[in-house]
Design a protein around this ligand. Structure first.
Ligand code: SAH
Length: 364
């Protein structure tokens, strides 16, 4: 049965669900093998780096699952200054990262928006070189903003944007968020980003309460329907200062199941969407030390080493168990190279590593 399904060109909803339910090591081996074959055929087996700079944990939102939600008063709030952010970006360029992700809690006041525009412009100018004639590739991950502000970020030089839909089910989205956030807005933001010309990334959390396999199948169909270029998905993890804190025990029992499901989601998404970029999420490593390597072997092709200055890294905890809290960016790079090469893959140093899906759909 599994061989027949993996050989099919057009997978149905039932096929996707079947693949997400695989359990035995032999079946999982076959799934991985297929995902890797598709990756090689439709993209490249190179792993691309994005240096992740978590530049601020100030947030106006109150997502029930997130450790830096505004109601968590135990977090020391910070925003790195422009020089610190630009210096981290220059370090990334000098260390052959090719691309960075600027991520933060959400704010939409004009001071914040102006700061982002300014930083993007300065990073672009200061990282141009013979090797990177257009400077570092910049991805933003700073939440829901207006069409006009997204356009300003794009015009300043950011060319990719990550905004997870968290769940393609409106109902489940409503369970994860307060009423001030709604699914339609988020979906509209994704459409706006596409219209402006960004390479657009989205994704979901895997394993949160009440989510079923059918929901996950619908998530994969949503990625396809929205013509998404990049995917970032990871396991749902409990943060002990959120409304989900009392579920910690239940979740420690579900750990293995959710971890496996997250890996299967990567493989099935790779098999179904073929040419997109898929990140091996840090949350996988928060569950098991070799989680991100496992993500690569299940078909991911993007790795996001944390290059946030170590002094503030501990203050950006979205969930319990975040790894690499006290490492210097330079130690982190050695470790990342070892981790990626241990999976038999090579690193696309000094490349932007754009999504093949985007390139193929946007030939001039
Ligand atoms: N403020 C930005 C960046 C959010 S953090 C935005 O809203 O897009 C990036 C991602 O971390 C979120 O989209 C969410 O999917 C994930 N995340 C947050 N809390 C989490 C948790 N407890 N477990 C797993 N993933 C979590």
């Amino acid at each position: 049965m599994i061989d027949k399904i993996l050989d099919k060109d057009n997978l149905t909803k039932e096929d996707l669900k079947f693949l997400l339910s695989l359990e035995t090591p032999e079946e999982l081996e076959k799934l991985k093998k297929k995902a890797f074959q598709i990756l090689k055929e439709f993209s490249s087996e190179k792993v691309y780096l994005r240096g992740l700079i978590e530049f601020s944990n100030i947030c106006i939102n109150d997502c029930y699952y997130c450790g830096i939600r505004k109601s968590n008063h135990n977090v020391h709030r910070y925003t790195l200054n422009k020089e610190e952010i630009v210096d981290s970006a220059i370090w990334a360029a000098e260390n052959k990262y090719g691309s960075i992700v600027l991520q933060s809690g959400e704010r939409s006041d004009s001071k914040f928006v102006d700061l982002i525009v300014d930083i993007v412009q300065e990073i672009k100018e200061k990282t141009k070189s013979e090797i990177l004639p257009n400077g570092l590739g910049i991805t933003l991950s700073i939440g829901e903003q207006s069409y006009e502000d997204y356009k300003r970020f794009f015009d300043a030089g950011a060319h990719r944007y990550l905004l997870r839909i968290e769940s393609s089910s409106k109902e489940l989205y409503g369970e994860l968020h307060p009423n001030s956030l709604n699914w339609e807005n988020r979906n509209q933001c994704l459409k706006n980003l596409k219209k402006i010309g960004f390479q657009v990334g989205t994704g979901v959390m895997i394993g949160f309460p009440n989510q079923t396999l059918d929901d996950l199948v619908n998530d994969i169909l949503f990625f396809k329907e929205m013509d998404i270029d990049m995917i970032g998905m990871g396991p749902f993890l409990i943060h002990n200062e959120t409304p989900y804190a009392d579920m910690e025990e239940i979740y420690s029992k579900r750990k293995e199941e959710i971890y496996k499901l997250a890996l299967k989601m990567i493989a099935v998404t790779r098999i179904y969407l073929k040419d997109v970029n898929i990140a091996a999420a840090t949350a996988l490593q928060a569950m098991y030390p070799l989680g991100r390597e496992a993500g690569l072997t299940y078909g991911a092709n993007v790795f996001m080493p944390n290059i946030t200055p170590a002094a503030v890294r501990g203050e950006y905890q979205l969930y319990n168990g975040k790894p690499c809290l006290d490492e210097l960016a330079s130690d982190c790079l050695d470790c990342v190279v070892r981790r990626i090469e241990s999976t038999g893959r090579t690193i696309g140093f000094d490349f932007w590593g754009d999504s093949k899906h985007f390139k193929d759909n946007n030939l001039d």
